[in-house]
Design a protein around this ligand. Sequence first.
Ligand code: NDP
Length: 317
Amino acid sequence: MKYRKLGKAGVKVSEVSLGSWLTYGGTVADDSATACIDRAYELGINFFDTANVYRRGEAEKVVGKALAKYPRDSYVLATKGFWPMGDGPNDRGLSRKHITEQVHASLKRLNVDYIDLWQCHRYDVETPLDETLRAIDDLIRQGKILYAGVSEWSAVQISDALHLADKRLYDRIVSNQPQYSMLARAIEADVIPLCEREGIGQVVWSPLAQGVLTGKYRPNAEAPEGSRAANKDTAQIISRLLTDENLQKVEQLRAIAQRKECTLAQLAIAWVLRQPNVSSAIIGASRPEQVDENIKAIHVTLHENDVNDIEAILNNR
Ligand code: NDP
């Protein structure tokens, strides 16, 4: 495994990390989930991402239980809060109340004494930024969380947070968690340039476009059995990525993967990791074999001609 710094923070995370959205605590049976997490850990993945809202806490429980057998200092555990955890007016968002309560609830579900990286799952337009950052800073000072990050914040929102933290002497956020893949490149315009300047690392989600970039979904063919697209609970979420245009691009990428002697999944992960501002690619896995395959992406080096050839296929800026 190779490790990168989480932005300019001192902590190092594996280039490939494992997440638990749409998988653990629900769709994937607990023993398979544990097998994936164990395989990841054995192969050197030290960075695990979850969120309070994934299966309303069930994902955190499965991840916490699977990791409990390993020394606490050997892995970096990330979770998040923002999305509704109940029907009450205070069961959502980034108020001091909700953040504090959710960090305590996550600590219980994960069965740990501290969270390495706590992330604001989205920006909360209803709460003053100062209240959110101050609440997070307090939790850092209490030792409940070690680092803070955000997810899907715009460049302006990240910049505002950094300025306010500097002004008030709060700890700065260290990471952003955006969607980023060959089929989702919005962060290249503003977010990456800002974060490069400010030392904020990207921990990117859905680097395989939920599996579309593995090449297992073929144009005009049924979704393979057991896949995210074939499952009635998750089919709708992946459907927006399964367009004819995307599937044609994936077909064209096959030749490049063949030339690089790697799989399409490895090519897609190597492509996001070519960005030095990316600290880690957070993959999902429903089977340990997927972890085995995907992790080998760290050995795929893309040269300028590879990147240019891929660019010509994607041509989707
Ligand atoms: P990916 O793009 O890596 O897709 C993962 C899915 O693709 C797997 O669950 C599996 O689905 C399929 N797959 C993976 N590897 C292979 C392979 N080698 N061959 C064939 N199929 C494969 O990431 P996810 O969409 O799962 O997201 C990853 C993580 O990012 C999440 O778990 C979460 O932690 C984070 N995330 C964060 C968000 C945010 O708002 N901050 C939003 C979404 C995700 P299957 O076998 O079922 O087809």
